[in-house]
Design a binder for this molecule. Structure first.
Ligand code: GLU
Length: 383
């Protein structure tokens, strides 16, 4: 009954661990979850109120596929002001962030074409590429190079079949941030080899220690070949809203919009009013959450430092730590071992690619008490 293309992809490693943690909880286990990347904050009140108001006002009908015009305007404005992307509202498509990635790949990658992507990388880039008929080409990154995607490593992987370079900074699962020189070097490669760039910037606001986030679409002559993706889930604690966006030059926008028209039509109408409030009203909740993530990052680093079997450099952004562990177990076994013996859910590093083996991902988007108790349990289990 099942199509061959589905047999070629694995289940999502992050969603699998989240579901397993839920199952164990239902069995009565007191699981602390460091698995899925989901802020534990409630969506800020003003955003919820805006969506409620939209419902009360009957904003329950179809929109154009690209989304609410006011929201497209607001996204174009912040993309220009915060990230120097030379766009206007006609370049903006509102889509759930993961779907924005999926439909961009669907709209650009032909059968047999190659997409260069980081390894380790978020679990869904490779399956999306494979489902589109393309090949995922991993560019190996390492803790020694702060898990950055180096232009010279990308250059070695470019072939006549390369169609796209996929970037993700700040990164999931490593919390790395691309330096300006990395972004420039990769932009030069994309221009020299006539490649599309997909830049997933969903963690753009969650950066620590004064590090800067750079959008590759802002580099000279890059806008015309770049699709920039971002969203509300992580920045505004809106994971369940399924709301994000992409910014693309006209020909790419048109192609992606076709996929949107034939798949989800558009994002939920009243949810888009919540998104509008998120962008145009006070950013104080974002500042509060980012400050809290940084404090949690510091706590996680301190506690990991007290566990002799774990080794980890400080993440610069997002809300993941990606420590290496000392053990003869592989990373999937380690994740299951910690679930059973520490009642802590983490994601095994191999879910993010071969270079993630011997690592686990710890999502610290949970409160400090859970972090302290969970890592104490991990310490005991590893002893
Ligand atoms: N992006 C989050 C994570 O990596 C949410 C789950 C998912 O979509 O994979 O945990």
């Amino acid at each position: 009954m099942i199509a061959d293309r589905i047999e070629r992809v694995k289940e999502s490693g992050t969603m699998k661990m989240k579901e397993l943690a839920g199952q164990k909880r239902a069995e009565g286990k007191k699981i602390i979850s460091f698995s899925v990347g989901e802020p534990d904050f409630d969506t800020p009140k003003n955003i919820v109120e805006a969506a409620k108001k939209a419902l009360d006002e009957g904003k329950t009908r179809y929109l154009n596929a690209a989304g609410l015009p006011e929201l497209r305007e607001a996204i174009a404005r912040t993309s220009k002001e915060s990230n120097a992307i030379p766009c206007d509202a006609s370049n903006v498509l509102i889509a759930p962030t993961k779907h924005a990635m999926f439909e961009t790949i669907m709209a650009t990658v032909n059968e047999g074409e190659e997409v260069i992507m980081p390894d380790p990388a978020w679990v869904s880039y490779e399956p999306a590429t494979v489902l589109a008929g393309g090949r995922a080409i991993p560019v190996t990154t390492s803790a020694e190079n702060e898990w950055r995607v180096l232009p010279e490593a990308v250059a070695e992987l470019i072939t006549p079949k390369t169609k796209m370079i996929l970037l993700n900074s700040p990164s999931n699962p490593c919390g790395s941030i691309a330096k300006k020189e990395d972004v420039k070097g990769i932009a030069d490669l994309a221009k020299d080899h006539d490649l599309v760039v997909l830049s997933d910037e969903v963690y753009e606001k969650i950066v620590f220690d004064g590090h800067k986030h750079y959008s590759i679409a802002a580099e000279p002559d890059m806008f015309d070949r770049t699709v920039t993706i971002s969203g509300f889930s992580k920045t505004y604690a809106m994971t369940g809203w399924r709301l994000g966006w992409l910014v693309a030059p006209k020909p790419l926008f048109k192609a992606i919009n076709k996929v949107q028209q034939h798949s989800i039509t558009h994002c939920t109408t009243f949810a888009q009013y919540g998104g509008l409030a998120a962008l145009v009203e006070s950013q104080a909740p974002v500042e509060m959450m980012v400050k809290e993530f940084q404090e949690r990052r510091d706590l996680v680093m301190k506690l990991i430092g007290e566990i002799p079997q774990l080794h980890c450099g400080a993440p610069k952004g997002a809300f993941y730590a990606f420590p290496k562990f000392d053990s003869s177990m592989n990373s999937e076994q380690m994740a299951l071992y910690l679930m059973d013996n520490a009642e802590v859910a983490v994601t095994g590093g191999s879910a993010f690619g071969a270079a993630g083996e011997e690592h686990i991902r710890i999502s610290y988007a949970t409160n400090k008490e859970n972090i302290a108790t969970g890592l104490e349990r991990v310490k005991k289990a590893l002893e």
